[in-house]
Design a protein around this ligand. Sequence first.
Ligand code: 5GP
Ligand code: ZN
Length: 117
Amino acid sequence: MAGEPQPDCLFCKIAAGEIPATVVRKTERFLAFRDIAPKAPVHVLVIPHVHYPNAAALAAAEPALAGELLAEAGAVARDEGLDDYRLIFNTGAGAGQTIFHAHVHVLGGKSMTERMV
Ligand code: 5GP
Ligand code: ZN
């Protein structure tokens, strides 16, 4: 069934508490934790507990949950004291995605004016 945990997925294991992470926010449907290799002073990953390979697949299967993911990312930014921040969804290995469990990067805490696209 769609959304089921995948045995070889690192973020499924983090969501299940089988692998430790520095958790900053936990709700019934989402987990937010600090990136192990931060690219900015604040670098938090927000994941749904359910497994989808990327954000677009999540949105296609469960659009309401994808909307909640954005709200959750906003709540993380607020909790971290960020007014200005960047949300990134890497999708596909060619775009830098390395973990194929839907997640959004919340990046902030320094000048975020450098354009990436
Ligand atoms: P992606 O490149 O797939 O968009 O993002 C995956 C992110 O997960 C990377 O920024 C990487 O640093 C982070 N990451 C990889 N392994 C771990 C881990 O074991 N724990 C945590 N907290 N982050 C991880
Ligand atoms: Zn997963």
